[in-house]
Design a protein around this ligand. Structure first.
Ligand code: AMP
Length: 201
């Protein structure tokens, strides 16, 4: 294994395609994709204690408390498969979580390599979410919860990008195009940072 370790974030509004692109990128760089939303949904579906605690919050489109979300992330990035890199999708989502994540990474003596910002115009992301709502029937894809989540993104999540921008690690990627075009843009940006794709099996 050579090159810079891939410790990545993918950030974008709902409907930006960050889940899909995050999974593709993680696969190509041989790292686990960790989606806090997926972890919560799996716990809700599995009827776990964590699932019961977060169900109503998620359905309303609110954020799960930072401490609870942080515990999930700290535990997950501490697992063996994340030792040489990971891609976080949907975390951090506010400035408090940025500080929490800095703390978790400090404990391991590691740093983020890059933050992928997927830019998609508001109209386009709303159109994509309504398609997903029909296809997947997610409990939080109701019009009220969608609008609420978009305003949380704009007010609480978008400001985290300024912090990472100051650190010089943000790659802003145009999120409009075909899936392959967008993946290619992200891969080029990461390769420019010295990240090396996993050799094809
Ligand atoms: P997502 O799949 O990323 O859209 O997340 C779905 C929902 O899970 C969000 O609307 C929040 O309720 C919750 N969630 C996911 N990630 C976080 C996070 N980092 N902080 C707080 N809540 C989160």
């Amino acid at each position: 294994m050579t090159g810079t370790p891939a410790r990545l974030l993918i950030v974008g509004p709902q409907g930006s395609g960050k889940g899909t692109q995050g999974a593709r990128i993680a696969e190509m760089f041989g790292i686990p994709a960790i989606s806090t939303g997926d972890v919560f949904r799996a716990n809700i579906n599995g009827g776990t204690e964590l699932g019961k605690r977060v169900q109503a919050i998620i359905q309303a489109g609110d954020l799960v408390p930072d401490a609870l979300t942080g515990e999930v992330v700290r535990d997950r990035i501490g697992q063996a498969d994340a030792a040489h890199g990971f891609l976080l999708d949907g975390y951090p989502r506010n400035l408090g979580q940025v500080a929490d994540l800095d703390g978790f990474l400090d404990e391991g003596g590691v740093q983020l390599t890059a933050v992928i910002e997927l830019s998609v115009p508001r109209d386009e992301s709303i159109a994509r979410i309504s398609v997903r709502a029909k296809e997947q029937g997610r409990a939080d894809d109701t019009p009220g919860a969608i609008a609420h989540r978009l305003s949380i993104y704009e007010n609480e999540t978008a400001p985290i990008l300024d912090v990472y921008r100051e650190r010089g690690i943000v790659d802003e990627i145009d999120g409009v195009g075909t899936l392959d075009e967008i993946t290619d843009r992200i891969v080029s940006a990461l390769e420019a940072r010295g990240l090396v794709r996993r050799a094809a099996a």
